[in-house]
Write a protein that binds this ligand. Structure first.
Ligand SMILES: O=C(CO)[C@@H](O)[C@H](O)COP(=O)(O)O
Length: 231
């Protein structure tokens, strides 16, 4: 049965980089549904983060579900390495190369779940021929590269368009960037079910005060579930 419940996926880009193992354990103990890993190459996006060995080191700490968002180009040569590192889902960008269909086939061939992501400036309709290949569409609601940016409101309309395109297919819509208790409601109403949050989860907390993460995750979930019930 397809799980349409609200899922909160904290981005460990906002975690303490000296302490990933404990940070992952803390967010999971405090209610995170997934753990979101932002992979950046300093080329497709202006920042550098985690290679496959880093993801492999995160793997034993993740007890829930690890979605790995590849903000890299080219992407095809690295798919197998991130799958072998232990990703449960690999998400590639539509903008990462001329053959997104081939990229999605390569992800599926590894046996991991498969997602396609769209930058804020990319229209929804470009993925119409790809939907039969994916488990999730990731709508970027900031320009990718950094945490702590301001939510781009037109993302709500894009989510609604994609929900319409999906029809009765079993595909999650994830939103990433500037997600917090004030922005999540309209996204739920538009049809998103999975929310990446960095600043809004990690702000004010640490592995010594994990209850702060718990409060932050609950605040996003409560706002999302309220919107779901009102819909
Ligand atoms: O992929 C990215 C940024 O490129 C995101 O995952 C951010 O890390 C989310 O951070 P906040 O906007 O929630 O602070």
């Amino acid at each position: 049965m397809f799980d349409r419940s609200i899922k909160i996926a904290p981005s460990i880009l906002s975690a303490d980089f000296a302490n990933f193992g404990q940070e992952i354990q803390a967010i999971e103990a405090q209610g995170a549904d997934w753990v979101h890993v932002d992979v950046m190459d300093g080329h497709f996006v202006p920042n550098l983060t985690f290679g496959p060995p880093a993801v492999k080191a995160f793997r034993p700490h993740v007890k829930t579900f690890m979605d790995v968002h590849l903000m890299i180009a080219p992407v095809d040569p690295y798919i197998e390495a991130y799958a072998e590192a232990g990703a449960d889902m690999i998400v590639a960008h539509w903008e990462a190369g001329p053959h997104p269909h081939r990229t999605l086939q390569a992800i599926k061939a590894t046996g991991t779940k498969c997602g396609i992501s769209l930058n804020p400036g990319t229209p929804a309709n470009v993925i119409s021929e790809l939907l039969d290949l994916v488990d999730m569409v990731l709508v970027m609601s900031v320009n990718p590269g950094f945490g702590g940016q301001k939510f781009i409101p037109s993302s709500v309309h894009k989510v609604a368009q994609i929900r319409e395109m999906i029809g009765d297919r079993e595909i999650h819509i994830q939103v990433d960037g500037g997600v917090d208790p004030t922005t999540v409601g309209p996204l739920v109403a538009a049809g998103a079910d999975c929310f990446v949050a960095g600043s809004a989860v990690f702000k004010g907390g640490s592995v010594d005060t994990p209850e702060v993460y718990g409060r932050n995750i609950r605040a996003i979930r409560e706002a999302a579930e309220a919107a779901q019930q009102a819909a």
